[in-house]
Design a protein around this ligand. Structure first.
Ligand code: R5P
Length: 300
């Protein structure tokens, strides 16, 4: 079956790179906001038979950016899926490197919605065949999806990049208990004996304020602080501050999805990070590592 890739508005570079890895045609989209704020999306083709009977791969991350918030990104994703379905795609493979609302997978306070589940109910209702994401915040939410799902691990790629920057005598720091498992796996990519230290993070669920503490032996070490997401940068900045106070040498602030909202870059660099490292899950200046090859390898 012939494959064709649709590069969504949030993943134009990544979409083209994946298509190049696969040696298949790529089509982009045309988008706008109507005056009332509604999204418009059209797949940029004049001949709808180009889609009929094809295996269609849709690539669209759903993080916020200067030209679209996550609600727009999700709406555009749903529109792309619906369009290719209507045009007679034989199968639909959806790649969402960063899945919006994945952190809202639990009810933390009375009266809340577990909206991550709702996102999957929407996706299920559109009738896709396969769903791929990268380092999703909590893997169990994928059980909500009724088709085949794959959570791609970007840790080796990120570790290879950090090694290529000359990092040595490394310690990996987990900025909260929830990230320990991920940090331990991450550390193994730097060598068998690379230690992992854990900071205690407490976030006030009402105000979002973070308190962090840690007891470390990181003096003169290169510290890799690894998280799945950097949003406001509060978690990273707190962890960096503690690492700095404990005599760290170089500090790398690493996340698969470096959203870098508002003052995040300022906070992280001012706290003392030498570099902010992310993937092209989010198309911004922290993107140092491309996911294109690893995603393409899954699709071959
Ligand atoms: C939370 O559990 C996540 O893994 C990240 O630690 C969090 O999303 C980072 O958010 P922020 O950058 O706003 O502190």
């Amino acid at each position: 079956m012939k494959k064709i890739l649709i590069a969504g508005p949030a993943s134009q570079i990544l979409g083209v790179r994946i298509a190049q890895e696969l040696g298949i045609d790529v089509i982009n989209t045309e988008t706008k906001l109507f005056p009332d704020g509604e999204n418009y999306l059209r797949i940029n083709i004049e001949d709808e038979t180009l889609i009929a009977e094809k295996e269609v791969i849709i690539v669209q991350s759903t993080g916020p950016s200067s030209n679209g918030n996550q609600n727009s990104r999700l709406t555009e994703l749903f529109m792309m899926i619906d369009s290719v379905k209507r045009m007679g795609a034989k199968s639909i493979v959806v790649i969402v490197p960063y899945l919006a609302y994945a952190r809202q997978d639990k009810v933390f306070r009375p009266g809340e919605s577990s909206f991550a589940n709702v996102v999957f109910r929407f996706i299920n209702s559109l009738g896709i065949d396969e769903f791929y994401t990268v380092d999703i915040h909590a893997q169990q939410i994928l059980k909500e999806c009724t088709c085949k799902t794959v959570n791609i691990d970007s840790m080796k790629l990120l570790a290879d990049y950090i090694k290529s920057q000359g990092a040595k005598d490394i310690i990996v720091v987990s900025p909260d208990k929830g990230a320990i498992e991920r940090s331990e796996t991450f550390a193994k990519h730097f060598g068998d004996d690379v230690p992992v230290d854990v900071f205690e993070k407490q976030r006030d669920v009402k105000t979002g304020e973070i308190k962090m503490s840690g007891k470390l032996s990181i003096k003169n070490k290169d510290v890799v602080i690894a998280d799945d997401i950097i949003a406001t940068g509060g978690t990273m900045a707190n962890a960096i501050k503690i690492a700095k106070e404990n005599g760290a040498n170089k500090i790398y602030a690493v996340a698969t999805h470096a959203l870098l909202l508002g003052q995040a870059k300022y906070r992280i660099l001012k706290a003392g990070a030498d570099e902010i490292i992310g993937t092209d899950s989010i198309d911004n200046e922290a993107c140092k590592v491309s996911l294109s090859k690893i995603i393409a390898d899954y699709l071959k």
